[in-house]
Design a protein around this ligand. Structure first.
Ligand SMILES: [Zn+2]
Ligand SMILES: [Zn+2]
Length: 291
């Protein structure tokens, strides 16, 4: 499972020096990274922690910006994403979960099949989650509705926008093409696999230090690319928490961004985990200090 996460990443790293100088420039790399960070945070902070779980409150401009940024990740329109994800929490790793790697059983063959289903198979053979049941709050929001319906347009912008910038800056078709390739296609593909890994790897292998009713896990390897979402065991133990990486050294970039939004006054009432709550949620509570 780790190999699955590592091999494509290594292949990509190996391709970079080969292409550097003729098919990949600083501009392409900068555009790819910038688009990755904005769209990924749109999903983790916006679609996930804000729209799905209400882990903080946002003012109207931030709410709209988060819906737009998340749409740029090309993981589906905001209401579909939120409905699927609320269903995932309602039935995690049981009948009704749209993407559980345990769906076909616990034998090695069943788990290989389950892994693919949870990672990306579910996208191709799913029934659309009922939005009236799972997202009545978003259906009633005209701003969200507008962004939801602009999804196709935002997808085109996300994939072809970088090529316009690359073409104009280098004033060449080649510059437009390489920006399209790296900051459009490669960036979306990488972000898809990182996001899907939360559904597959983070319900299959890793640590389980928290009391969750399902098989969710913490996977440190994915913490930085997933913007903190791979502390998934804590997330299932405490879904509305604004912070998923709560342990020492558990980097959670999304939580840092929510904190930043609070500081500048765009967000408020974030649900930060208290020491007391974490002690309750820990599988083995810290023993009381002896004196
Ligand atoms: Zn999960
Ligand atoms: Zn969640």
């Amino acid at each position: 499972m780790y190999a699955f996460a590592i091999v494509p990443a290594l292949a990509l790293v190996a391709a970079v020096p080969l292409a550097w100088g003729w098919g990949l420039t600083w501009l392409d790399a900068g555009l790819a990274l910038g688009m990755y960070v904005v769209s990924m945070l749109g999903v983790t902070v916006g679609f996930h922690r804000y729209f799905t779980h209400g882990s903080f409150k946002a003012n109207r401009p931030l709410r709209i910006a988060l819906a737009v940024a998340g749409s740029l990740a090309v993981q589906g329109p905001v209401r579909h994403w939120v409905a699927d994800h609320r269903r995932h929490h309602a039935y995690a790793d049981a009948e009704g979960d749209p993407h559980s790697p345990w769906r076909y059983g616990t034998s090695p063959a069943a788990l290989v099949r389950g892994f693919w289903h949870a990672h990306m198979g579910w996208i191709f053979d799913r029934s659309l989650t009922d939005q009236r049941r799972f997202t009545p709050d978003l259906l009633a929001d005209p701003d969200v509705d507008r962004v939801h319906r602009a999804f196709s347009l935002l997808t085109i912008l996300s994939i072809f926008g970088p090529s316009v910038v690359g073409g104009l800056v280098t004033w060449s078709w080649w510059g437009a093409f390489t920006a399209f390739f790296w900051a459009g296609l490669v960036r979306v593909a990488v972000s898809h696999h990182v996001a899907w890994s939360t559904n597959s790897i983070c319900h299959l292998v890793g640590e389980r230090p928290w009391r969750a009713r399902d098989r969710s896990t913490n996977v440190w390897l994915l913490a930085i690319p997933s913007m903190g979402e791979s502390w998934h065991n804590l997330h299932h133990a405490d879904p509305t928490s604004a912070r998923h990486g709560v342990g020492r050294g558990e980097i959670d970039i999304s939580a840092a961004v929510i904190r930043l939004f609070e500081r500048v006054g765009w967000a408020h009432d974030a649900r930060w985990p208290s020491e007391k709550r974490l002690t309750k949620l820990a599988v083995r509570p810290e023993p009381a200090a002896a004196d």
